[in-house]
Ligand binder design. Sequence first.
Ligand code: ADP
Length: 490
Amino acid sequence: MKRTLSLRSRMMLLFAAVVGVLLAACTLASYALLAHQARAQLDKELLETAAPVAADLAPGPEEQDVNEMKIPNQYFELLDPTRRVLQHSGNLAKGPLEIGPEPIDPLHNQFRTLYESPYGKLRVVLVPFAQAGSTRLLVIAMSTRRVDQVLVLYRDAVWIFLPLSLLITALLSAWYVGRSLRPLADLTDRASAMADRVTSAGSAAGKPLWSPLPAAMTSDEIGRLTQTFNRLAERVEAALTQLRQFVTDASHQLRTPLTVLHGETELALAEPRSPESYRNTLRLLEDELSKLSRMVEGLFTLSMADAGQLRLACNPLYLDEVLEDSCLLVTPLAQARGITLERHLVRDVPYRGDEVFLRQLFLIFLDNALKYSPPESVITVQLEKQDGKLRASFSDQGPGIGPEHLPHIFKRFFRVPRLGADESHSGGLGLAIAEAIAHCQGGVIECQSAPGLGSTFTVTLPFETGPEPGQAPPEKTSPARHTTAAERGI
Ligand code: ADP
């Protein structure tokens, strides 16, 4: 990876550069303004000094006012049009003011700056006036030292304050940016530790993947990012735990029938047997194999649902007919155990859905009801339309489910521990598959149950999925139809 400056350093440099450029521009502008104002003030002073002197000199050519003047830092000369010095102030001992070779405007005041006069740097005003019919030029010069000193002082202050401001800006921005980014650094550390733990044995050993950050510190972008990270990590952790649990449970569940298959095959091969004994072994093997394939089929359905790939067909059908079919499929089993299957179904309920999956869904509840009902009891199946929804419910008079188990029954491989229950056919996947199918069909499942009072499972499906306008519902078919083992993969 290309090595770059840290974000903190880059932001610090950016702030310092922006502030530096702005400060420099402001300083230059204010320096130019100050210099202009100071010179304008000096020019004004020169004019104010010149005006009364010129007024005094104008009426009397014999006046020697200028010669008598001796004001510190102010120099006076009276010139004729040929630049001959007629009078000059007493402090011009080092020689006349050299006003330069530039032409003189006899009508207007002019300002000049003499940079290298014997009296230092001077600002000069040339004031032409008439004296007894002749043109005279009053020259007044003042030292620019005061103005220059102010400007030098300003420049010196700028040289101190500008770098100082830049330093303070850089330090403050580095501190502030560093403080603001600290949670990000923390997040990065934790995310990288989490990335390590996802694959390492650490998390498998029960260490949490992520220790949540205090998210309520701020409501700004960083605070929101922290909350999002906490949520993300929580979900990753839950998904990972679920995945690990699923793999562990699946392998555990698959191991039992495989062990039986292995054991029975070994036993059959150990010594010659009678055809009847081989037949019995093959029947057992077939039983275990069908259990295995049901479980694999169920796991496949669930993994497709997890990946959002469980694609259900959307065909027009009659829901009551699919339910009736499912009931007929389990009727022989119910009759064998003396269980009565009561049906209260609204008739001719057009619906759009996947017939195979819907039958599988209903069979899961019917199989469970049969499995857990005592002999000679009643199972009631109802189908009703209510508030624009379809409700199919399955009630049995079985042992019921305790409130401590109810929240878990839809989890994969969960089984209510029950003494003396025959769970040999139970894969613990039925309700998880039912829930996945119901969700895909846009529905929900509820369970009402209490120990000793039986159980009622209700599937609620949205009703707006009837046949599309102009499309006739399907022909009514004969009630009983067979489903494949895969269709009944429970
Ligand atoms: P299983 O294959 O074990 O029936 P399910 O996912 O279908 O798996 O059901 C999970 C657990 O919920 C079952 O082990 C059982 O203890 C309980 N259960 C489901 N349906 C009923 C019911 N009708 N009566 C009592 N308990 C039930």
